[in-house]
Design a protein around this ligand. Structure first.
Ligand code: ADP
Length: 541
């Protein structure tokens, strides 16, 4: 037996560490109230303990679920530590879901309390009556901002609860495998399912995600998580940032280009993370107003494929390093990140760029492989594509309440993504298996087709789906939103594919639309598009 201290890996240890060693470092939040709020890790730790006390007084016990419906902000961070640290389970609910779906999730999780930002008062009013287990709804505001005559039963005021609670609180010690937080997948097919993280999985993921070839967070950073705290725990940043003592900057509800840009500059943000759709707004604002970034150095983009054109704009025009990362709710979420190694330094700029466009190498702790439909492992040659499987200590073993039964295949989790892995171990997503276009028995990956279209100057957004073809079963249809004041024809766009891709991969047609449907986590909803273009007649049919 080793002779080292046996200390459980608990989430409370992060905020304790941040307070004790970086206590006066700042957490800055743009609030729902409209102003900018500033306080320190010491303050956050104090109020998290008060929240833990308040929850105890309300009767919340070890393992009970407490839900949040909130933006990225300091009160939400207090819930991350106050709820999980006390042994209860933090259930971050995505407020962009339909109220009926929210009620389903809250009932399924059997949430005892639900904390919400005032922005979501109408949403809460719409579903509160359908919640069967919630004993009280906690409005994240001061008494004077509480609604005068709300229909919400047992409405409590967060600041009042905090003010009445003692700061005297010892974080309890318990088994590190205890549940800490709960996130539901967006459930594009069927009901959403819950991924139930543990203290151990969260701490290991936090360690791994701060590493230089992962998110690379350090005490010298000022970090603005654009990815919401209700989307896979903002990719773990609410844990990994305090762990390093870095400055934390929360954007609250203001995710438009102008508000984000102002905050980036005011708070001298060095590092940020988000899905590609949010960067579009910010980059458009910066370009339209001829601005530059004075401190922004690095960003992690994931959640869906980062279009190479966006990566190039960020790198070459603004000097911002883009780290492409891949993961999923079921993986806490980090699986791979794309950074180069010494042996790649001699590559040409184009070869480096091609490598950086992949989703990257596995982060230590995660193993990856690709298999065929019979489960046989496929070669790492950068060409052969197969079903992507993963394993590791922060990857799901079964869904909450065993929904869907056993999910593992021989100890590996099937991600539902189709990918290649090259000789250096760099993985590239071809598609989600349900989005792959099956043309005459062959597969066409939509991400490549979209990336090419997005590189055309007149294209703002592009998505590719398979539509019915009498001879080939399915053929690609490119759906495009044009950039304001630009024009482009179907023929010009199709010609743009020449020489960039195998001829038979070229879309059969282009449909121009005003907007693409975007889901609750900022991703294009291909199932909606397939529904919308169900009857579409291709000119080649
Ligand atoms: P949901 O399934 O709820 O949309 P997740 O956020 O868990 O939520 O999404 C995980 C999926 O997102 C992955 O399985 C993959 O299909 C896609 N994804 C994530 N990151 C990337 C990326 N960098 N490139 C391509 N696809 C990605």
């Amino acid at each position: 037996m080793g002779q080292m201290m046996d200390q459980p890996l608990l989430i409370s240890s992060i905020i304790q560490h941040a307070d004790r060693h970086f206590g006066d470092n700042e957490i800055v939040s743009r609030r729902v109230e409209g102003d900018i709020h500033r306080y320190t890790y010491h303050d956050c730790h104090t109020r998290s303990r008060q929240l833990a006390n308040a929850l105890g007084t309300l009767g919340v016990k070890m393992g009970d679920r407490v839900a949040t419906l909130a933006w990225n902000g300091y009160r939400h961070l207090e819930a991350y530590y106050g709820v999980s640290g006390s042994g209860a389970v933090l259930h971050t609910v995505n407020p962009r879901l339909h109220p009926e779906q929210i009620a389903y999730i809250v009932n399924h999780a059997e949430d005892q309390y639900l904390m919400f930002d005032m922005t979501f008062l109408p949403v809460v009013e719409a579903f509160a009556a359908h919640c069967t287990t919630v004993k009280g709804f906690i409005a994240l505001c001061d008494r004077d901002r509480m609604p005068a005559d709300s229909k919400i039963p047992n409405l409590l005021c967060y600041e009042e609860l905090i003010a009445a609670a003692s700061t005297d609180y010892e974080w309890p010690l318990f088994d590190e495998n205890s549940a800490s937080s709960l996130c539901y997948t967006s459930g594009t097919t069927g009901n959403p399912k819950g991924a139930l993280y543990s203290h151990r999985s969260t701490i290991l993921h936090s360690f791994a995600s701060t590493m230089p070839d992962s998110l690379n967070v350090s005490g010298r950073d000022s970090v603005l998580p654009v990815v919401p705290m209700f989307h896979v725990n903002a990719w773990g940043l609410p844990y990994s940032v305090p762990l390093t003592g870095a400055k934390m900057v929360f954007p609250g509800p203001a995710l438009d280009g102008k508000s984000l840009y102002e905050l980036f500059e005011q708070e001298q943000v060095t590092f940020s993370a988000g899905v590609p759709t949010v960067w579009l707004g910010l980059l458009n604002y910066v370009a339209d107003n001829n601005l530059t970034f004075s401190s922004f150095k690095r960003t992690v983009i994931g959640g869906s494929a980062c279009p190479p054109a966006m990566m190039k704009t960020l790198r070459h025009r603004y000097g911002i390093e883009v780290v492409h990362a891949w993961g999923m709710t079921e993986m806490s979420p980090l699986g791979t990140s794309c950074t180069l190694q010494s042996k790649h330094m001699g590559l040409s700029e184009d070869d480096k760029q091609a490598k950086l466009e992949k989703q990257g190498h596995a982060i230590y702790g995660v193993d990856i492989k690709i298999v065929d439909d019979a489960g046989l492992e496929l070669p790492w040659d950068g060409k052969t594509y197969g079903n992507l499987l993963v394993k590791g200590p922060w990857i799901i073993s079964s869904y909450y309440k065993q929904e869907g039964g056993s999910v593992l295949e021989d100890g590996w989790f099937p991600t539902g993504d189709v990918a290649t892995i090259d000789g250096d171990g760099y993985m590239q997503i071809t598609d989600r298996s349900k989005d792959v276009i099956k043309s005459g028995g062959e597969w066409i990956g939509t991400i490549d087709l979209e990336n090419i279209a997005m590189a055309h100057p007149a294209v703002l957004q592009a998505a590719c789906i398979g539509v019915f073809h009498p001879k080939w079963d399915e053929r690609p249809l490119l759906i495009v939103v044009k950039r304001a004041s630009f024009d482009v024809t179907r023929e010009e766009l199709l010609a743009f594919y020449e020489g960039k891709i195998a001829k038979w991969w070229t879309p059969d047609d282009v449909a121009f639309v005003d907007a693409l449907p975007i889901g609750a986590t900022g991703k294009f909803l291909k199932n909606k598009m397939r529904e919308q273009f169900k009857e579409y007649k291709l000119p080649t049919a």
